[in-house]
Design a protein around this ligand. Structure first.
Ligand code: FES
Length: 230
């Protein structure tokens, strides 16, 4: 008996009697749409997943800069009702660009120990050290003693004595610096950010709010931590 051989399946849809097929077509429209949808889904998933993985793995991949501490004088050199400017180095090796002005005063219980305010950790010196970088777009703010306010010349941002926003477009209080007393000397360390309750967060860029959902929408990036020495 002759052996029956199975005919190989044609690659053309018309040969396979698929409804709606036309000459020369090798992929059905249904199959084509399915593949296109899967590809679009894959691209959308990657667009969400890859940045998240980048954030998660970032601190392990990016090299951390050394933490820089700068001596700025004796704690008693600073009044508790006025700020004195001090210059610290944020990034070494890039000259003046890597330096920043910090406004420093002694801890003032009248302003700094109010109910609901977080107490500073015991390692902190009894001083407040505020960044001069505006939390709108980063212009340098100036302490104006007569008005007891920090004023930003760029778009009219105003901050109160405690560095909280008093008016204008800034989205959060002025950043702060870690402080420490070593011997009889006050040292300023890395920058950190705060929300409206002055709760600490790892450093963020200007224009990144930290209250409500903002803290999740603007996570601290390794490159920012590198610039702030944390
Ligand atoms: S940069 Fe300070 S208010 Fe715009």
């Amino acid at each position: 008996m002759p052996e029956s051989r199975k005919e190989p399946k044609s690659k053309y849809t018309a040969d396979r009697n698929i409804p709606g097929a036309f000459e020369g077509e090798t992929v059905t429209r249904r199959r084509f749409m399915t593949l296109t949808t899967h590809a679009a889904g894959g691209i959308a998933t990657a667009a969400v997943l890859l940045p998240a993985l980048g954030f998660a793995a970032g601190s392990a991949i990016f090299e951390r800069a050394p933490v820089i501490w700068t001596p700025v004088g004796k704690p008693d050199d600073f009044p508790d009702d006025n700020y004195l400017p001090r210059v610290v180095t944020l990034t070494q090796g890039i000259g003046e660009v890597g330096k920043a002005t910090v406004y420093v005063r002694r801890f003032n219980p009248e302003f700094d120990a109010q109910e609901g305010m977080p107490a500073p950790p015991e390692t902190d010196a009894p001083v407040i050290a505020l960044s001069s970088r505006c939390m709108h777009f980063g212009c340098p703010v100036r302490w104006t003693a007569a008005a007891e306010r920090f004023i930003c010349p760029c778009h009219g941002g105003v901050y109160g004595f405690d560095g909280k926003v008093d008016g204008g477009p800034p989205v959060r209080p002025l950043d702060r610096f870690y402080t420490e007393v070593r011997g009889n000397e006050l040292w300023l360390g890395p920058r950190y950010s705060v929300n409206e309750e002055l709760k600490r967060f790892s450093p963020r860029d200007p224009a990144e709010p930290l209250d409500g959902i903002g803290q999740y929408l603007y996570p601290s990036r390794p490159t920012i931590r590198k610039l702030s020495g944390t």
